[in-house]
Design a protein around this ligand. Sequence first.
Ligand code: ATP
Ligand code: MG
Length: 364
Amino acid sequence: MAWGTEGKTADATTSFLQSIFENVTDAIFIIDHKGYVSGANPAASKMTGWSLEELTGKVHFCEICRGMATCTAEATCVDCFGKQLNLPAFEMKIRTKDGREYPVVASSTRLGDREGNALIVILRDMSEQQRMERERFQRMMTNYVIQAQEEERKRVSRDLHDGVGQALYSILVGLKVVNQLDLAEPVKEHLLEVQLATARALEEVRNMAVELRPAALDDLGLVPAIRSYVKRYEQTFGINTRLSVVGPRRRYASSVETALYRICQEAMTNAAKYADADRIDIRLEDTGDRIELEVADDGCGFDPNEIRVQGTGLGLYGMRERAHLLGGSLQIRSAPGEGTAIHVVIPLTEEGEPLHVDPGSYRG
Ligand SMILES: Nc1ncnc2c1ncn2[C@@H]1O[C@H](COP(=O)(O)OP(=O)(O)OP(=O)(O)O)[C@@H](O)[C@H]1O
Ligand SMILES: [Mg+2]
């Protein structure tokens, strides 16, 4: 025998088994031939909310059972597992004394007793596992959406740059060539206007392509991409912005560079939209085993525990998700009148890959 009772007297064996019965975390019910609970362990009391005195001899198991998870209500009672012999583990729901319902995994065994036979039902709480599974699935879906959005932005940006952008450039060159011909002055003037409009359209298309996804992020890396974003940002919003970079300059996994760039972009956009800031400080620090990004503004600030969403409200959520998906963390320090700082930390390997990747992460 390999269950720890070898060499023990009958009393010692009984007390050993009793202590297992009382201390296991699974709920154990002994059901008599009429379906009433005739015995239960403390875990069963904890799980159902009934005291052991209330349970034994007074509660019919049908009051606790909400049926097997795979059955319809009628089928559950007709095919009651209590009428069957030994069943392998199955999923079911139980109802507690105060009416809450939650999922468990059950197994049952029939034992002969003096009055017929007793059913032993063992229940394991699955609500925590199901919550974790739901969260894992949600995170995986978020990751798919982020990846798909990034791929799409990349594609549209490239198409704009190489397609419409190139076509407009060719038109511009053509217009310049035509305008050098010996034409009447009014025609030349008109051509010049068309040339200027085409140049403006080309500029807009290029800006849109960069806004969607800057080629610098893929070609040159995180620091040059943030640097050129800062330049455009200062020109657009007139907010004095300082970027300080500490540590070695190196490339990181594309997932890390994209996440940090997008977090920085969203934090700066929020500062421009809501903070009424005079100044923004961006700090990027590579300590070898992690990369940290902080975007701090000196604007009006807000209470992070009571966010009054003024846009769609996805920005802060998306920033946090991006950091978590790479095994990192994100902190928001802000208070009314005291500015806002967004601080991200992502642990890295020597090769600049994220050290811990969420198991639900999509890396395809
Ligand atoms: N730097 C900041 N200064 C002041 N308030 C801020 C700042 N950043 C965020 N907030 C406040 O927090 C709210 C939530 O920001 P979040 O980025 O999540 O959503 P949003 O900007 O409203 O919408 P979205 O980003 O989806 O377009 C904002 O509406 C704003 O009220
Ligand atoms: Mg936002």
